[in-house]
Design a protein around this ligand. Sequence first.
Ligand SMILES: [Zn+2]
Length: 477
Amino acid sequence: MKTIDRQKVEKLSAQEGRTRGHLRISNRRKDLQRLISSILIVGCLVVAIWASVVFFQANNNGYVISVEGQEIATLTCESEAKAAIDKYLQAQAGEFGYEVTYNQDLKIEPRPADQCNFISSDEAALLLDDCLTPVVEASILLVDGTPVMALPNEKEALNVLEKAKGYYINDGEIIYDAKICEEVAVVTENRSPDSIVMGDIARNILLFGSPQDVTHTVVSSAETMWSIANQYQMSVNDLQKANPGLTSDDLKIGMTVRLSAIQPKLTVVVVKEVTKTQAVAYQTKTIDNSDMLRGTQKIITPGKAGEEEATLKVVETNGKQTSASKISSVVTVEPVTQVVERGTKIIVASRGSGGSGIVSWPLRGKITSYFGPRGRGYHFGLDIDGTTGQHIAAAESGKVVCACWGGGYGYYIKIDHGDGLSTLYAHLSKIVVSVGSTVSKGQYIGNVGSTGNSSGSHLHFEVIVNGKQYNPLNYLP
Ligand SMILES: [Zn+2]
């Protein structure tokens, strides 16, 4: 059957054509896929090779620590190298008790290395200890601008200053004020840890000038300054310098004696409240008694000190009391006032009939001129005849207030006997006492002469009561 259904053929043809086109498209897609796969494979290979190279390189590099250009240690990685330095610094801090650093040039650098050369951070830390010199960023304490010590840090500097103040403060005391008189400052400087001081040693240097307050405790009553000096092979002179004013007599068992002179760097002033039992001085009441001779006195009631519980505000400078003022007090034992009777009686009498005898004769001799009107004037003394050079005696004990040239008096002496009474001796050829000296009754004070307004050698003698001359005969025996 040749008859072909044309429509069918056409339909088939169309179907065939579509199928052929479809096949062409399918082949192109496969090519593209192959290409992409190839690229991916090659890319992966490249990445893998690169990663291998990087990995390989990483595992063959060490990290070298060098100090001042000299290689000290090789570690596996940078963090290990840093850990080694940290361990070194921690060990130093542990040894000294404070943070330290170092001055040298220290570097960490990657370097191709053989794994066999790698060491641990602990080992590297020990090697660093051999070649690094530790330094401290120290706090230098300045007292009035002068550096006195290096401390590890400012906190320790402040701590030591507080310790110095606290040394003079006891538990339970009431403190009004505690201060350091000097200007204190802190500056930062790099220092070797060997030069650093801290704690009680630093405090002692500030307070005593030496790391230790070296003392000796008296254990026997037989000890003397000499025996203590001898025991410590020092001179008595040095021991005394360390303990101003201390003598062998002051030594008591249990007493602390310093063995080195204190040279404090600071002046610590503490103002504190102190309560103590102390004596209350008695008062003296004087009653004049006209029945008793002038110059005599009698205790009617003996005085007796009382006692009080006193609260004092005390100022101490480096532990020594420099002043104290009473805040309050309660008298526990009243003092007894001393009552004294003082004689005021002056006997007025003339020579020969027994004067008061308050003063004695300064010179024995003829009276050549009496007290009273003389010529056109007035004679304020008594002239006693004598020869030049004869000794003159003090008429009463007292204090020399004049011993000099006095114009018409010539060389003269005036003695103050107290209670307004004085005596005067004029025309002397020689004075053997000086102003301010104390003389006793009858003591040799000078020689008869004829100096000044005098017509011949004699003693002009005056008795002065409250600045006014009186007839000496009334006061002589
Ligand atoms: Zn005279």
